[in-house]
Design a protein around this ligand. Sequence first.
Ligand code: F6P
Length: 608
Amino acid sequence: MAKRDFGEISDTCKWELPDYEPWFPVSEKSNPLTRDIDKASPNHIVRLLAACDAQMFQKETGTTYQRLFSDSVVQTMLEVARTVEQILRDPEDSLVVLSGCGTSGRLAFLTASCFNRALRDRQQNTVYSYIIAGGDRSLLTSQEASEDDPKLGMLTLEKLCEGKRHVLFIGISCGLSAPFVAGQLDFCLKHPDIYTPVLVGFNPVTQAREETMPGYSLTFREVVQRMEEQRGQRAFIINPAVGPEAISGSSRMKGGSATKIILETVLAAAHTAAFTNTHVTRRVLLDMMRGYERVYSVTYSHSDQIATLLQTAGLSLQCGGRVCYLSWGSLGLVGLIDASECIPTFGADYEDIRGFISGGYQDVDNIEGALTSLGSQFCIAHEDFVSLVLPTLSDRDTVLLLYTCHDDVGDVEKMAHRVRKKTSNLHSLYHGLQGDTTADIIGLLCSSVLNITWPSSTVHMQWELSSKLVLNAVSTGSHILKGKIYRNHMVDLQVTNSKLYHRAIHILQMLSGVSLTQCEEALLKAIYNVEQLTEDITTAGVTTHTLTASRRNRVVPLALVCLLIGCSLSEAESRLESHPVVRDAVEACLTSSQHLTSSPGDQTSTNH
Ligand code: F6P
């Protein structure tokens, strides 16, 4: 035991060493803690996820990386909170815009909605708005291509802010990488009389993306450098390192959680100051962040119950069943977000893990309103669950109820009875206060119960974070059990934007040990479904490649099999057909290739 703990401690810090995967920014590195997560038991998976999440709260250890609690980070948060405080005191013609792509955009939406609600509760005018690349449909589905468009980002921001006198723009890009956000930050820098840009992300500025963006003269790094020149006056960068993700590059996990912690801390502190006629202080910010650290500890103190949920969800996915989150209140948004992320992250079908929220779009309160006409995937109300899913529900499916003591528990109970008639595979995640027994009756209907009890000072946003940690563990863990992950890499990723295109090439390189050029060629052959690359293909841009890839399945596994076996695409297709589980396919190829003896996965990317 002592030996294993020692191993985990050193693995916790290894990613900080300068020679650990130096070609990757922190957000894309593989986490040394989770390199065997694909073979771990449900209990062990949860322990590993807990260890990864703990890295968010680790104190600064040296000079390499600033962390969440570092003075420099807290100082910048303080300055941004004071700017928000001023806007709240004088909101006329002012706006706070939160923007991002994928999960970052979803958190922008969640945060803007939450703080507008707080203002409405005080009979104040709302000052927050959000932008998500691809529009509101990206709240529920993956629209990865718009992430690559800096001009679209800029134009969307300009349109939203028409007629405003002062705009605080908060651009979120966990990897300091999304061109959509870079375009917006650059636009703000060019109009300092109106716009104050804030960048939230989790890489040092020296690791911001260097790749050129289509139709744009600047790289993300150059935009960040320009922000640095104005830092502390007209531009702010909040970028603590939180360590590599448990599944490499999956920034929906720690990146998303840390984004939520930072934004809510800054905005909640500004609200408290503005409405109590005080000023934001470092102490207030630190206390709030420590509150989130306690949320982390309390949540993972229920690791056994989380592991049970993860296991049952994994069994459902393994046998072609579904996992449904049925939520009430704002936990519903957390459920919708977690479920929607499984589509791009694991190449999942939207029915594999699906979220439903009690009041549907009325509860979501998004700018574009109800999106149900876009198709069944956008049907998110409990009544949609009742008409679309309930009739065919069986014991193969897992249903998870998510609710709190502030929700209509009678309604939860009614739904629990309806589900129970179709399946015994019913579970619940409940947030309550000390001494309350509200959930007892519903608990009797469930085959597993995760009741988290909180002190009365706990705020709803903390329950959201707690739910996010649980759901991230359930959806990630169940896909691990389904065999979607090899080591700690999502091999079957969708290559739908330039970041994912380059990530795919690096995964191929790491697993095959051949050069990046050969990997890119193999990937292109798989994308275009050709045995030989034509000049048309090799001269086309990444945008064309990713557009084509979005219409194809399993391009990365196909390319990998070709590289490992040295076979044609058609042979790779038939090998993959005989191994529908991606991890098994990779292992079978590694075993039958000579690469195994030289352990390609352990090679470093010397071909960079
Ligand atoms: O495009 C894929 C993706 O990695 C999403 O999963 C993620 O949420 C989004 O990009 C945004 O990433 P970032 O916050 O680093 O800009």
